[in-house]
Design a protein around this ligand. Structure first.
Ligand code: FAD
Length: 590
């Protein structure tokens, strides 16, 4: 038996005539309890109104552009008779955090200003420069404040780009070595480390010069210095000079109408890490001063493993220590296993479930003491230690509280789906608003923030954000992982295409990888995917698009991919899920 019930707008904090900015459901849709029906926007926040019952939508009574108040009828839902009495759920504001923490008391500045602008962007990383460029493109007079001499932030200067410049060289060296098995021998590579460092610097220079040109072309003003809010409309900048962030003693005041905070993140440093040039973070490792004989990587995440790959190819022996039970957390274990097998030759010790508890700088090296399941009994000596145990947000370091902006204890700045902080004219983006700390997330958030600041309507509502380890082989994943699906009891199915059956992978001599797609068994839509193998990171974008578009296995499998390519493996994995793949032995009928 079933009943028809009315779902109405619950208490939405006393707001009346609130704009409907999105309707997530249509007639015939099946919705679960707590599933969002519509999104509303007040002048302070956006919020989603969830369904109080599970059922099938029979009528939708609202549309985008309409307005609702408490009690307005949203949908008519057909529910099982027994479910009709479920209690109402509260609306779930996207800006959950701002509502739960008291806003700090803002400062007040009544003095003069050296600059005036419609938009100030604090921080010139991928989030910051993208926000500044988009703001300027939308007609706002924009200033970007950056403490270093160049735009680009961590990503361009000491992150994504320099690491990939070095990884590319390492991959070519490794590839050439593999050619020996095909009868092509080049001999041992001679590495001029100064020239290699020079190449990396040239790559950075090319990109940062390009950014400076693009800023100029848009008339985005660059103010070089350390910025700090002094009230909700003024930023004080301590002007800096030189290569680093040395202050000159000069101070400038910027008066702004709107602001985007994009001050990024910093390396998390364990308390016992000594101040010694033989102990480096990722920035120090990228300086590539020399190649150690024995190197310890503290932390088995992506950054540590990428840098370890470079140093190992250049000749270092690696140890890695990781507190958790596996390297490259976040990726499915079957992918990581392939990477581990391919890279086993680089490592002397992979110490899982083990902690480093002391590092001592001595004349002959850095002595590390470990504790845990796989800890060596005696301290170990290393020529170089890379600490790569994570990054912390810079939200607490920019005087945000003087502008009345809430910052969490951990230094994150909470925002809603429009990237708005609790102060409506101040936005925040990038590493300092939350995980994952990735450049592509920062850039998308930047566009959303700038567009809202320019009074356009935009939302950060990406279904998925991909992650990639640019190791060799690369490991890339997006959406629901298989491990997560199992853990959360999702009714999933998978299609796995082993690269051992790919003509192109075999021709490349690299058939160790595989492509895996995860489907929701109820809707048959793709909800996740992962690839391990060379260029996995270049291919994962197709799976991202498929998830965003709500594709099912037929959509993907029937899309003609060029042959012979590794991209074909995505179509074939979908065919495997459907049981129609002819590039593998016959499958059991589904
Ligand atoms: P940032 O890039 O950190 O930029 C913030 C900027 O703000 C900095 O330039 C900083 O100097 C400036 N700033 C901070 N405080 C102030 C202040 N008070 N006044 C003035 N200026 C200030 N991500 C990927 O997506 N792909 C990768 O391959 C990848 N590889 C990485 C490799 C390494 C070694 C590292 C360390 C990171 C990597 N990342 C990668 C992460 C990526 O770099 C960050 O997610 C990204 O840079 C975040 O962008 P953002 O704009 O939020 O912050």
């Amino acid at each position: 038996m079933s009943n028809l019930i009315e779902i109405k707008v619950p208490d939405i904090g006393g707001h009346d005539n609130v704009d409907i900015i999105e309707v997530f459901v249509k007639v015939g849709d099946t919705v679960a309890v707590e599933e969002s029906l519509i999104a509303l926007e007040t002048d302070k926040a956006t919020m989603e109104v969830p369904s109080t019952h599970a059922g099938v939508i029979k009528e939708v009574k609202v549309a985008v552009g309409g307005k609702v108040s408490e009690g307005s009828l949203l949908v008519i839902l057909e529910v099982a008779a027994s479910a009709a009495a479920t209690p109402a759920a509260a609306p779930s504001p996207a800006a959950a955090a701002p509502a739960t923490q008291a806003a700090p008391v803002a400062g007040s500045h009544s003095g003069a200003a050296d600059y005036e602008c419609e938009m100030v962007v604090l921080g010139g990383g991928p989030g910051g420069y993208s926000a500044a460029f988009r703001s300027a493109d939308l007609g706002m007079k924009t200033i970007v404040v950056e403490r270093f001499s160049k735009l680009g932030g961590v990503c361009l200067n000491v992150g994504c780009i320099p690491s990939k410049a070095l990884l590319h060289n390492a991959a070519v060296i490794d590839e050439v070595k593999h050619l020996a098995a095909n009868g092509i021998k080049f001999g041992e590579p001679e590495v001029d480390i100064d020239a290699l460092r020079g190449f990396k610097e040239k790559v950075i220079g090319k990109l940062t010069t390009g950014l400076a040109g693009m800023a100029k072309a848009r008339k985005v003003e660059f103010v070089r210095g350390i910025g700090r809010f002094i009230d909700p409309h003024h930023l004080e900048v301590q002007i800096t000079t030189g290569e680093g962030k040395e202050v000159t003693g000069e101070t400038k005041i910027i008066k702004f109408q709107k602001a985007i905070i994009a001050a990024g993140s910093s390396v998390f440093k364990l308390p016992f890490v000594p101040n010694d040039p033989r102990v480096v973070d990722s920035t120090g490792a990228l300086e590539l001063k020399s190649v150690p004989k024995r190197m310890l990587i503290l932390g088995g995440g992506i950054i540590g493993l990428e840098m370890g790959t470079v140093y190992s190819t250049l000749g270092a022996r690696l140890d890695v220590v990781e507190m958790l039970d596996g390297l490259m957390q976040g990726a499915d274990r079957d992918l990581v296993k392939v990477w581990e097998k391919w890279n086993a030759h680089r490592f002397d010790n992979i110490m899982l479930k083990t902690k480093t508890v002391a590092l001592e700088a001595k004349e002959d090296g850095i002595w590390a003491t470990f504790e845990g399941e796989n800890a060596p009994k005696e301290p170990q000596c290393y020529d170089l230690v890379l600490h790569a145990t994570g990054r912390v947000p810079n939200g607490g370091k920019v005087g945000a509280e003087n502008a009345g902006v809430i910052v969490t204890d951990r230094g994150f700045i909470p925002v809603d789906k429009q990237m708005r902080t609790n102060v409506p004219h101040i936005f925040a983006i990038g590493d300092l608003v939350g995980q994952p700390m990735l450049a592509h997330k920062a850039v998308h958030e930047a566009h959303v923030a700038a567009e809202n600041a320019a009074d356009h309507k935009a939302f950060f509502d990406a279904r998925v954000i991909p992650g990639v380890a640019y190791t060799d082989p690369e490991v890339a994943w997006v959406g629901v992982t298989e491990d997560e699906a199992k853990k959360n009891g999702i009714n999933y199915g998978k299609g796995v295409f082993p690269w051992a059956a790919s003509g192109r992978a075999i021709a490349n001599g690299r058939d160790e990888g595989f492509t895996k797609l995860i489907f929701d068994q109820d809707t048959k839509q793709i909800i996740g995917g992962a690839i391990v193998g060379p260029h996995a990171g270049d291919m994962i974008g197709e799976i991202c698009l498929a998830i965003e578009m709500g594709c099912d296995a037929v959509d993907i499998g029937k899309t003609i991919h060029p042959h012979p390519t590794m991209g074909e493996s995505i179509g074939m994995a979908a065919e495997v899920f459907k049981g129609v793949c002819t590039d593998l032995p016959p499958q059991k009928k589904k």
